[in-house]
Design a protein around this ligand. Sequence first.
Ligand code: KIV
Length: 294
Amino acid sequence: MSGPRPCPVSVPDLLKMKQRGEKTAMLTAYDYPTAKMLDGAGVDVLLVGDSLGMVVLGYESTLPVTMAEMLHHVKAVVRGASRALVVADMPYLSYHVSRREAVQNAGRFIQEAGAKAVKVEGGRKRTRVIRALREAEIPVMGHVGLTPQSVHDLGGFKLQGRSAAAARGILEDALALEDSGVFSMVLEGIPAELAGLITERISIPTFGIGAGPACDGQVLVLHDLLGLTEGHVPSFVRRYADLHASISGACRQFVGDVREGRFPGEVESHHLKPEVLDDLRRGLDPAANSPWRT
Ligand code: KIV
């Protein structure tokens, strides 16, 4: 018997958690079964990140990800989440062209896909678009520091805010976002001291990724945490599993079993009753040949 349905996490709940000094856990999710597992494991926020493009769709960056791709995955995650707050990442160009288009696109995540909030990247230059989304009653999560949609501007996925001037710029971005009405923000790829200072200065929760332990919550890309990503893994990632090795090993065993005739075995097979088999054999035309037989 399953227990009572857990109370869904809301936007105001996250603010209360910060006020109570409770740490919040966010992970990325891209499909129904993993959303269900993460939800059941107590993850508070499921972010359908545009990292989808890199870890699921095989793109080099997040820039090619489209609204259609995001909508498809947000819908699946929403179906799998009963407690966690689902946040949809707005893909590149979905909120850059005009405020009207931004509201329409963000509205699709809420109305069609069932997300509870959207996330946009960028600091002071995003305040007008964030205000427009807030006017349309759409809760917005901000994202400052290393913003992957600005990868070409930043010259790569590099730690941001190392000099006093750059750190001051990121602090100003965070303050401007809070002022424009975001309910929380991601601090990505910045020194721990700067993340601590921002977290202290603002009244909304911060979620760090590569931003040290002082943030109100932490977020990781699921595939990094599970050890599903191949090649270089950023130093801020803690791998809690090595699913790449487990999955590759399992599939290698399957291939070997099929090739050597060990799969399927007796327990994985169904059989006809002997009299049914006899009946079947009697009705067969012995001269009939498969057109594929050589
Ligand atoms: O797209 C994403 O997964 C993100 C997280 C890294 C915060 O923006």
